[in-house]
Structures are given as C-alpha cells and as structure tokens.
Design a protein around this ligand. Structure first.
Ligand code: PSV
Ligand code: MN
Length: 424
C-alpha cells in the first residue's frame, strides 16, 4: 500500500492553524531556528527489518496481523513510515532473515520509496537449517576452528549482499560467551574472536566500516565475549581504523552512565553509532524514549557537543538505527513513536545554550549547568520536529494519520491476518 500525497496534505491542512501557533511560540525563543530545522530535516534514522513484525519473548510470540511476509513487504512498510515522517529514509537488514534474492530489484524498490540500505547485520546467534556446524557454544570464539570459519564465511557473505545493495557497514553482534564459571577460557575466547574478526575485517571494502556491538548479558549469563564497551573498544582498536564500537542502549547493566561512554568513544573517534531502544531492566526492546527520555536527551547532548567539537556531519558520520521489537504494540506505530522520540531528544540537544553551559562548567557553577540543560530538556520542541516534517512533505501527526488512514487494516486486507514476519 502507498500513502497518497493528497491524504497527507489534507491531514496537514486540517491541523495547520494550531501547528503554526505552537511553532511560532517556540521558534520565537530560538536564535538559529533555520539551522535547527535544517538539521532536523537531514537527520534520518534507519529502521531494522526485524522490527516490522511483532517481537516475541522466550515465552511465546503473539504475531500481529498484516505483518510483512517478504523483504519486499518490509521495504513497503519502511516506505510507509518514511512517507509519514520523512525521517526513516533507511533500512538495516539482518541476514539470513532477509536475504535479497534479486539485489538489483530490491535496491530499485527501496529507491522508489526514498530508502537506502544502512548497516548489514550478520547472525551467528541462531543455527540455520542448512548449516554444518552449530553455534551452541559460540561462533567467532568457538574452540573448533571449523565452526569459527563457518561464522567468518557467513559474515563475508553478508558483506557481499551489502555491497550489492549499496550498504557501507557491517554490524557484528555475538551471542558468544559462557553461562557457567569454568566453561570458557576467557583469554582464548578473546583471542579466537579477535582472529576471526580480523579475517572479516580483511574482507571489508575500503569504504566500509565494521561495527562491533557489545552486550552485558543474554543469551549467555556468566560472561559475554564482547560484554561491554571496553571489550568492544579493545577489538576495534586492534582491528584498525575501519572498526568502531556500536552502542545498543539496552545492552548495559542497570544505571550505567551511557552518556559518558558515548562521549568518550566519540572523543576517541571510535563511536560507530547506535541501536536505539529503551529499557527499565535489561534488553527490554521498549519504544525509544518510553522509559527514560532524559537519558536519551543527555546522550544527544554529548553527541551534539562531541560531533561539533570534531566538525562532524550529524546526519552522516555516525550510524543511527533503531533496534527494538517488542510484543504488544503495532510495530509501525511503535517505530513512528521511536523516531519521534529520537528527533525530540536531538532537537532539545540542538537548542542547548552551549556557550553558557561551557562558561558555567568553567566556573564550576553546578546549579547553573543544571538550569541550562534542563531549560532545553523542558522546552516542548514537538512543534519544531513537526515543522521539519511539514517542510519535507511528511505528516504533522504521523501516528494520528496512520490511524485515520486505517493503514494496518489495509495491510491486513492485502496480507491476511495470520502473517508472521521473520525476526526474533
Ligand atoms: C542483540 O540483542 C541485538 O541487539 C543485536 O543487535 C541483534 O542483531 C538484534 O538484537 C537482534 O534482534
Ligand atoms: Mn542491537
């Protein structure tokens, strides 16, 4: 299904007067409003192909209706999101869940929807039906060289698919680790993993980056071989200039100061980018900004300050991806909410009075530092984000229009009510 420009225009027309009032109110207070709007327009967040269906837990999966049955339908879904918010202009694929059988046709279809291919993701955390060796005891870390080779070859295969689609990065997330003390020789597991990653790194095209994602626990519960940002950074530093650390917000132990991790990785030129999501306890896969929007804002504060200090392009120089797929909301509505939360946090970071904050930091004026940060955080920037959408042809209220147009109902008519998208 396609959303017609007319429907978006009619929706905007009906909400325009109210929006203009709200936008005027907040814009009046912002000096560089045109620059802020341009940055918001440029900022795109990649949608993971595995989040377009309802996610499951280890207790079960309650598939929603009208889920995409193929890669083509997943691209169609991301196209719908992008038509609504003009901020989801990329898709991130997981192989082998989404193997493009005809890469040329897939690339052309994505282009029709204004989409490009963001990072490719390999999967050595599940066994596939036709695979020779099992990953039960790890993949790139495995004690058996033959298993490691199979996992390395899979990653190289994923790079090849990515090259055909015009992607320029590979994200490696490993479930490798151990669940019981004594199960694993940590030193050997680290060295095996490094050696395997080196072989994958050697197969990267010149313009590609390798993102090493870390995770504190799950599915292994005693040790993870890439368990935190320190371990990921060790690998990235040893691999070389094209290797970076990827931060998935849900992959930390409770109360970790993620904004500080981000600031330091960025300073070291080793921050790959993000898998955005939110959580209360662990890797909860909740909608971005649904639990702790202040943390998200603090992360964006470090990002904007750090990227500006290095003269980086906010939109292009890091990887911005969502990684969340839970089991109770309509996945498309959930993704619209996630993108909106990311843009709100970004907009709030853009309007921080940086000069005043730096002066206050220099003076050790702690109370003033807090006042400055919270003045930005407590500004309702939703009309700014909506204005950027309006100026690029998106909808003023994407979720509202999604419902008005009965998008899910139409997808159910087209695809049926018993469809299950590939993913976890
Ligand atoms: C693992 O929890 C992870 O965050 C990795 O990025 C995987 O690719 C993705 O989730 C799978 O859902
Ligand atoms: Mn992730």
């Amino acid at each position: 299904m396609l959303l017609h420009k007319n429907n978006i225009a009619n929706h905007n027309e009906a909400l325009l007067a109210k929006h203009k009032r709200q936008f005027g109110f907040v814009a009046e207070e912002i000096n560089n409003i045109e620059t802020v709007l341009q940055k918001l327009k440029d900022f795109q967040i990649a949608i993971p192909s595995w989040a377009l269906g309802t996610g499951g837990t280890r207790f079960g999966r309650f598939a929603g209706a009208g889920e995409p049955r193929s890669l083509e339908e997943k691209i169609e879904d991301v196209g719908l999101l992008h038509a609504l918010n003009q901020s989801s202009g990329a898709i991130s694929l997981h192989i082998p869940w989404d193997i493009p059988t005809d890469a040329k046709a897939i690339k052309a279809l994505a282009a029709q929807h204004g989409l490009r291919f963001d990072a490719m993701n390999s999967n050595t955390f599940q066994d596939q039906a036709n695979q020779q060796y099992s990953y039960k005891f790890g993949s790139l870390q495995h004690v058996d060289k033959a298993v490691r080779k199979q996992a390395i070859d899979h990653n190289i295969e994923v790079i090849k698919h990515g090259v055909e689609l015009g992607s320029e990065s590979l994200t490696v997330w490993l479930a490798d680790g151990s669940s019981f003390p004594g199960q694993l020789n940590f030193r050997k597991a680290f060295n095996n993993t490094l050696e395997s990653l080196q072989e994958i790194y050697a197969a990267l095209p010149d313009n590609w980056k390798l993102f090493v994602e870390y995770k504190a626990f799950e599915p292994n519960f005693y040790s993870m071989t890439v368990g935190d940002w320190g371990q990921s950074l060790l690998y990235a530093n040893k691999l070389g200039d094209k290797a970076y650390t990827l931060v998935d917000l849900g992959h930390h132990l409770p109360n970790a100061n993620i904004e500080q991790i981000v600031a330091l990785l960025l300073n070291e030129k080793k921050l790959a980018g993000f898998h955005f999501n939110d959580s209360k306890y662990g890797d909860d896969d909740l909608t971005v900004g649904s639990i702790n929007p202040y943390q998200l804002f603090l992360i964006f504060n470090e990002l904007v300050e750090g990227m500006d200090a290095r003269g980086m392009n906010h939109a292009k120089d890091l990887g911005w991806m969502i990684d969340a797929s839970h089991n109770v909301k309509d996945p498309l509505e959930d993704l619209l909410q996630s993108v909106e939360a990311i843009k709100i946090a970004y907009a709030q970071a853009l309007i921080i009075d940086t000069k005043a904050l730096q002066d206050a930091q220099q003076d050790n004026d702690v109370a003033k530092c807090q006042e400055i940060l919270q003045a930005a955080y407590r500004t309702d920037v939703r009309p700014l984000v909506a204005e950027a959408r309006l100026q690029t042809g998106g909808a003023l209220q994407p979720v509202q229009l999604f419902r008005q147009e009965k998008v899910r109902e139409q997808l159910i008519k087209e695809r049926g009510s018993k469809t299950v998208a590939t993913g976890l």
